[in-house]
Design a protein around this ligand. Sequence first.
Ligand SMILES: *Cc1c(COP(=O)(O)O)cnc(C)c1O
Length: 434
Amino acid sequence: MDVKNLMKTYPQLEAMARAEEIYWTNPDCGCERELPFGMKDIDDAEARLARFAPYIKKAFPETEKTGGIIESPLTEIPKMKAELEKECGKFGGRLFLKCDSHLAVSGSIKARGGIYEVLKFAEKVAMDAGMLTLEDDYSILTAPKYQELFSKYSVAVGSTGNLGMSIGIISAKLGFKVTVHMSADARQWKKDLLRSRGVTVVEYPDDYQKAVAEGRKEAEGDPYCHFVDDEASQDLFMGYSVAAKRIGAQFEAVGITVDEDHPVFVYIPCGVGGAPGGVSFGLKEIYGDNVHIFFAEPTHAPCMTLSMITGLKNEIAVSDIGLDGKTEADGLAVGRASVLVSDVMKTLLDGCYTIQDEKLYPFLAQLADTEGIFIEPSSCASFPGPSQVAADEEWLAARGLIGKMENATHILWATGGSMVPEAEMRHYYERGKK
Ligand SMILES: *Cc1c(COP(=O)(O)O)cnc(C)c1O
C-alpha cells in the first residue's frame, strides 16, 4: 500500500496517523445509487421479530411489558445538552439519547442484530425439521423438544465483547451449543458472564480480526455450525435496521417532526460498522435526506473513517497508517471496516469524526450527573458530534441547513452499558470525575 501517496491525496490521513482527532464530511453523501437491499428486507426482518415476540416474552420475562419486542426508549436530555453546549459549542434544537445501552436481554445495540440473526437461524432449523410453521405461536420453542433439536447445532462468533454477549445469551437460551471467540480487548466480566450461561469462550491474545478469523475457520466445513460473520453478515445488518421502523412512533410521542425544515441528526459510535450501518440504512430508507448520519470512532481505531475517506473499503486497515488499534472503547476496537457496510455507507453517511479515549470518561460522568443515565465508555464516543456539525457552516450551507438548526433534533445513539457490573461502572465514573 502506497501510504505516502494516499496521504498526499487525503491530507487528513496525516492527522489520523498521529492519532489526532479529525472531523470529515462525505462529498458522496446523497448521490443516487442502487443499493443491494431495500425496504422489503427491513419489513421482512421486522415481521420475523414480531413472530418471535411470544417466544422472547416467555424466555426473557423482562420483556413482558413490551410484549417480547426488544426496543429502547428515546429520552430527551436537556441538562446534558446544556453541558455539551457549554463545553463543545452551541448547536440549538433538542437533544435526545437513544438508549440502546438499556436494551433488554443483552444491554447493548447488539441485542438488535445479534439476536435477530440467531432467531432467523433457529426458525430455519425448526422449519426444515418440520417442527414449526409461520402460523405457529413461537412460544412453543421453549419446549424441551426444540432445545433437543437445537442442541445438534452450534453457533460461533468472533467479538470484542457485546456481540458475543448477545449471540451467546440468545443461542444458549434456545439450546444451541455456542462458542464466542473473544479478542484481547474484551472485558473480563463479559467473558465471565458468558461462561456462567454455558457459553464456550475462547480467548485470543490478538485483536478482533483474529478472533473473527478463528471463529470462521472453526465453523467452515461443519454443516451444523452457523457462523455469525460480523464483517459481512446481511442478517445482522437487517436486524439493526428494524430500529428505524420503530422510531417513528417515538418521534411522534415526543413531538418530533422530520421534514425538510426539521432535520434530524444521528450520531452513532462505530466499530466494524454493522450496527451503526444497519440503523443508518433503515433511517435513510424511511426519512431520506431529512436525516443526517455521523459515525464516531476512537482516534486509535478509526477504521470506518479511514475506509470512507480513502474509498478503499476493507482493503485498508488502521495499522496501514501506523495506528495500534488499541482503545479503551472496547466495543469500537476494530482495525478494519466491514466490506458490506463501507460499501453501503458510501452514499448514505454524512460524515465521521474521531475522539480521544481520555474524553470518554468525563462524558460518561457528566451524563450520569446531569441525567442519571449510565452508559459504557464506547457509547460516549459520539458526544462532541452536535457541536462539531453545527460549527461547520460550509457544510450546513451546502446541505441547505442554514437557518434550520433551531428546529433540529440531535440524537446521540447510546450503544451499550446496562449490563456493566456496578463496581466496574463506579470505576469508569470515578475516572471521569478526576
Ligand atoms: C458493537 C458496538 C458498537 C459498534 O458496532 P459495530 O457493528 O461494531 O460497528 C458501538 N458501541 C458498542 C457499545 C458496541 O458494543
